[in-house]
Ligand binder design. Structure first.
Ligand code: DX5
Ligand code: ZN
Length: 216
């Protein structure tokens, strides 16, 4: 499968969201990545459902919703009602991860599990076949524009190995500090989906930045 690119809304110009969404619609982006933060699971607050509903009405790309919140299971119905394609919950935020993943799928969405930089991929061994995608954080979640954590490349390789050895078809997404250089290395290691915030939205030519990532 050709890899996918998911620009991250967090780095968009919030005073010009309509233009930013038009750019995304016209671009080669595969998904729009959406970071919801609660100020508890991560030390920052981003945006919530009223903003996402407005975006959903004008964005023609599938929504990849990344919840950086405690008790994400409480919002499965709301995320489904948004029309999200895939819902990401953090491993570190779910006591009953298997139940949450099942509930996300039952609500009609793809289920993804996100790992913080300190969480080893081995924690997913017993659930990997039930998960549509694993999102590896390559920065500590909460902020855009941070420096890429190097061990992420090796983590992608180890996760890929686990997926193959279990006969699963789980996708690997990476989020944080992704640009053309780190993106290339992540793809070589086995990544399927690249999330990019600053690299795309702060670029002089945003559509070209997306194209650059697509052409890696
Ligand atoms: C970080 C978010 C990321 C962020 C990535 O908590 O999950 O999606 O927007 O931003 P960049 O690509 O600028 O590191
Ligand atoms: Zn994210």
């Amino acid at each position: 499968m050709k890899h996918l690119v998911a620009p991250s809304l967090l780095a968009a110009d919030f005073l010009h969201l309509r233009q930013e969404m038009e750019m995304i619609n016209e671009s080669e982006a595969d998904w729009l990545h959406i970071d919801v933060m609660d100020g508890v699971f991560v030390p920052n607050i981003s945006f919530g459902f009223p903003v996402l509903e407005a975006i959903r009405d004008i964005c023609r790309k599938p929504l990849d919703v990344h919840l950086m919140i405690v008790e994400p299971q409480k919002f499965i119905n709301e995320v489904a009602a948004l029309g999200a394609y895939i819902m990401n919950v953090h491993y570190e935020a779910c006591i009953h991860l298997h139940r949450v993943v099942g509930a996300i799928r039952e609500a009609g969405m793809k289920a993804a599990v996100t790992l913080n930089p300190h969480t080893p991929v081995s924690m997913l061994e017993d659930i990997i076949r039930d998960v549509d995608m694993v999102l590896l954080m390559s920065v500590n979640p909460g902020f855009g524009g941070q420096k890429f954590i190097e061990h992420s490349v090796d983590k992608v390789a180890r996760l890929k190995e686990m997926i193959l050895s279990k006969g699963a078809d789980t996708l690997i997404e990476v989020d944080g500090g992704v640009n053309a250089e780190t993106g290339r290395r992540l793809l070589n290691a086995g990544a399927d989906v690249l999330v990019a915030g600053n690299y795309v939205f702060k670029a002089q030519d945003q559509k070209q930045a997306i194209k650059n990532l697509k052409e890696l």
